[in-house]
Design a protein around this ligand. Structure first.
Ligand code: FES
Length: 509
C-alpha cells in the first residue's frame, strides 16, 4: 500500500493496495458523501451505511494513504491533552464526557472486530504514564487526580514495562492496541459489502452548495445530501485551518536482541513525549517507539529526528535491527479537544472531524459516532463538547480568501535557463533548496540520479513558502500543513492543487 511519504511504515508491510468493488462514479444521489478514506472516513461510512444511509467514500489516492497508514496505533482513554487541562478548560462534566466518548470509541472498535471477525492483532493493554523529575511528578499527581474524576480506572504503580529510569508512574487500565491497516481494510470491505460505494483515486475539487450538494471531482459530478470532510483539515480555505497546527511525528519498529519487549503501552512526560509498545505481527515481535514531534516544516533536517530517536532508544534497549522507520502528520487543535461537527462557514449539512492530536485512532471512532448520530438522529450527546463552532473568527479572514484566489499558474508557459541559477551547480545529489531567481522563488531538488525537480515554492493553499522534508522527500508547508512530493504533486490537504512545476532548460549561449 502507498502512503504520503517515502519512508515505509510497519503497517504498509505486506499490505497490497486495497481494491475497491467500484471503479467508476454512479449516477445516484447519495445521502452522504465522505471525503477521505482513512480510519475516520471508513468507520463513519460503515456506521452510516448500517444505519440505512446510502453512502459514498471518495478517496483521492488509496485508502490509508494519509495518517492512518503512519500512526502508531495505540488506543487510549487518556489523551495527549491530560484530564487536568481538559477539566481546567472545559469543566469537570466535560472531562467525564471526553472519557466516556473515548471508552465508547474503543468499545466500538472491539465490536467491529468481533462482528466482522477481523484479524488485526487487537489486544487490551495497560497504559503506563511515568515522570522523570520533580516537576513532572507533581504534574503526574494532578493528571492522576483529574483522570480518576473523569472516570478512568487508574492506579499508581511501582514499576513500568520499559527499563527507563522514572520517579513516579501510573497505570491506566483497559487501553488497547491493534494493526490499523488490517483493521481499515476489513472495515472498508464491510462498508462495501453493506452496499456502500468506495471510489479510490477520486479527488473532490469543488462543492456547489445547492440542495442537494453538488460536488465536482476529477472523476465527475457527485450529488449528496450531506458532506463529511474526513481529510484532517478540510481542503480549501477555512477558519479551522487557523485553529489547527500541523505536526510531524517519528516512529520506529525495531527488533531486540534480548527479547525484552514491553508488556504494555508506556509514555514519558517530556514535550514532545516518547512512547513505546510491542506489536506482534505474523509471529514476529517488534518494539514500536516514537517521538521527536515538531511543527510541520519547522525543522531543517527532518532525517536527524530519526537519528535522535534511534540514539535515545539505544540508551534503553538492546536493538538487533531497525526494521521500519517512518514519519506522519497530525493536527493539533488550539484548546486540546478535536473539532467534530458542523464545518464553520458552511451550511448545516457539511461536517468535519479534525484536530485529533496524537489520539487519532480513538478520536476517529468518536467522530464516527458523533457524525452518525448528528446525521441519523439529528443530535449527539457530544455535539456541544466537540463543536468546531467554538472557535472565534480570525481578523482579515475574508481578505485571505480573496488573496487565495489566484495562487497558482503565474509561471505557466514560462521557462528558465538552468545555467543562470547559480545554486543549482552546488546542489548535491539528494539535496534540496529554495532559491530566488528574477523575483521568483523555486524549490529545487536534485535526486540521487542527478535529475533536478523544480517547483514554484509558493504553496497553492495561501502562498506560504514550502520547505523541504528530507526524511520523506516532500515539500511541506509550515502554515497549514499541505504537503507535496518532489514534483509538486499534492499529498496532503488543505491545498487543492499541485505545486506549479518549473520548466528549467539548458541553453547554449
Ligand atoms: Fe496553507 Fe500552505 S497550507 S499556505
Amino acid at each position: 500500500m502507498k502512503r504520503d511519504g517515502t519512508t515505509i511504515s510497519i503497517w504498509q508491510n505486506n499490505m497490497p493496495d486495497y481494491i475497491s468493488q467500484t471503479h467508476t462514479l454512479r449516477a445516484e444521489i447519495y445521502d452522504v458523501l465522505i471525503v477521505g478514506g482513512g480510519i475516520t472516513g471508513i468507520s463513519t461510512g460503515l456506521l452510516l451505511q448500517k444505519a440505512g444511509k446510502k453512502c459514498m467514500i471518495a478517496e483521492a489516492k488509496t485508502i490509508g494513504f494519509g495518517t492512518s497508514g503512519g500512526t502508531t496505533a495505540h488506543l487510549n482513554t487518556f489523551m495527549d491533552s491530560p484530564y487536568n487541562e481538559i477539566e481546567k478548560n472545559f469543566g469537570k462534566d466535560n472531562a467525564q464526557l471526553v472519557f466516556t466518548s473515548a471508552k465508547q470509541a474503543i468499545d466500538l472498535i472491539e465490536k467491529n472486530i468481533k462482528e466482522y471477525n477481523i484479524n488485526c492483532e487487537f489486544s487490551e493493554q495497560p497504559g503506563y504514564l511515568f515522570s522523570q523529575d520533580k516537576k513532572q511528578s507533581k504534574e503526574l499527581e494532578d493528571i492522576f487526580e483529574a483522570s480518576k474524576k473523569a472516570g478512568c480506572e487508574v492506579v499508581y504503580s511501582d514499576s513500568i514495562p520499559v527499563s527507563v529510569e522514572f520517579n513516579k508512574a501510573v497505570i491506566y487500565k483497559k487501553q488497547a492496541q491493534f494493526h490499523p491497516t488490517k483493521y481499515l481494510y476489513a472495515l472498508a470491505k464491510a462498508f462495501e459489502d453493506a452496499g456502500g460505494t468506495l471510489v479510490q483515486g477520486c479527488r473532490i475539487t469543488g462543492v456547489n452548495e445547492n440542495s442537494p450538494l453538488e460536488m465536482e471531482s476529477d472523476r465527475g459530478k457527485i450529488i449528496a445530501r450531506f458532506l463529511i470532510y474526513a481529510t484532517h483539515v478540510p481542503p480549501g480555505v477555512n477558519l479551522l485551518q487557523f485553529y489547527c497546527a500541523p505536526y510531524r511525528s517519528y516512529a520506529m519498529a525495531v527488533t531486540l536482541k534480548d527479547n525484552n519487549y514491553p508488556n504494555g503501552l508506556a509514555y514519558d512526560m517530556y514535550d514532545p513525549y516518547h512512547y513505546y509498545r510491542t506489536q506482534e505481527i505474523d509471529g514476529e515481535k517488534y518494539l514500536i517507539a516514537g517521538g521527536e514531534d515538531h511543527k510541520t516544516a519547522h525543522k531543517e533536517n527532518t532525517e536527524a529526528c530519526f537519528t535522535k530517536l534511534e540514539s535515545y532508544l539505544h540508551r534503553y534497549f538492546d536493538i538487533a535491527e531497525i526494521s521500519f522507520k517512518w514519519s506522519s502528520q497530525y493536527f493539533q487543535s488550539t484548546d486540546g479537544l478535536p473539532y467534530i461537527g458542523y464545518l464553520p462557514g458552511n451550511p448545516l449539512n457539511v461536517f468535519v472531524a479534525t484536530g485529533y492530536g496524537g489520539n487519532g485512532m480513538t478520536y476517529s471512532h468518536i467522530a464516527a459516532k458523533v457524525l452518525t448520530d448528528m446525521i441519523v438522529l439529528g443530535k449527539s450527546e457530544y455535539k456541544k463538547l466537540y463543536d468546531p463552532k467554538r472557535i472565534k473568527p480570525v481578523a482579515g479572514f475574508t481578505d485571505i480568501i480573496k488573496e487565495a484566489a489566484d495562487v497558482v499558474g503565474n509561471l505557466i508557459g514560462k521557462w528558465f535557463p538552468s545555467s543562470k541559477i547559480n545554486e543549482l551547480a552546488d546542489l548535491a545529489h539528494g539535496e534540496a533548496k529554495v532559491v530566488k531567481y528574477e523575483g521568483h522563488s523555486f524549490g529545487l531538488y536534485k535526486d540521487e540520479n542527478g535529475n533536478v525537480h523544480a517547483v514554484n515554492s509558493a504553496c497553492t493553499h495561501i502562498k506560504c513558502k514550502v520547505a523541504w522534508n528530507n526524511a520523506e522527500q516532500s515539500w511541506d508547508c509550515p502554515c497549514h500543513g499541505s504537503r507535496f512530493d518532489a514534483d509538486g504533486e499534492m499529498l496532503t490537504a488543505p491545498a487543492r492543487k499541485n505545486l506549479e512545476k518549473i520548466d528549467l532548460r539548458e541553453i547554449n549561449e
